[in-house]
Design a protein around this ligand. Sequence first.
Ligand SMILES: C[S@@+](CC[C@H](N)C(=O)[O-])C[C@H]1O[C@@H](n2cnc3c(N)ncnc32)[C@H](O)[C@@H]1O
Length: 252
Amino acid sequence: MTNKVEQAPKSWLGRNSKLLANDPGLFLKKLTTWLRPMRADYRRRWALGLRKWMIRYHEELLFNKVTWMGSTARKMVLDAWVYQQILYDVKPDFVIEIGNAEGGSAKFLANMLDLLGHGQVIAVDIDHSLFAIEHPRVHKVTGDSLAPETLQRVAQIAAGGRGVVIHDGDHSREHVLKDLRAYSQFVAAGSYLIVEDTVIDLFRAGDGLGNVDGPLGAVEQFVREDPRFQIDTSREYFLITFNPRGYLKRVA
Ligand SMILES: C[S@@+](CC[C@H](N)C(=O)[O-])C[C@H]1O[C@@H](n2cnc3c(N)ncnc32)[C@H](O)[C@@H]1O
């Protein structure tokens, strides 16, 4: 079956030919709106294309415009909405976030858990010097995600509960794969292991972004090794995501 989004786009006239036949007055109104010079900027935006939009988001928005309640969150905001839905569906006892940076994403997760009225955030980072948030649900664990002491502390806080894990730490393929192997134990059946920034593998040489051998390869290898996890592409319904093939559902 051909995916709708893969079909060649029709011209403006092609898309509106039915309207022209059925309601020429409304057609004329739309046409003049579309052609008005003041709309040129919007026409340019709409013609941008998803790939260029994604690059612009990384270059111009990610590190200085995207905040959650005043705290920098290095997130694709559409993914944050998907996280909200996953948290609502799973209702976890804890969310482990590997890689926290300024802490805006940990605050976002804690605020979602506030709304659910339940759950803790275990915020793991090798370096919490940028971390600038405090929240009663957030428990900082400072250390390399793979260090035995870090894993031990995480296990203590998790205490056998029902977990969601979000990986946003060291993005090298090798490290991500090791993290997935180590942290999959905390993911409950029916819950998610989310691997952030698989999109960086899709950028092209010359884009000036990302690591070409990053998290995406780790995901592909991990799901081959561990059949309890399946890539859930249904969570990519916005099309735009930092995590293509990065929403892993534990199915067994
Ligand atoms: C992309 S930032 C995290 C962004 C954050 N999740 C957000 O959405 O705002 C990556 C973080 O991973 C941390 N990190 C890198 N290597 C790590 C490792 N081996 N163990 C734990 N954290 C690591 C870095 O210190 C950095 O703060």
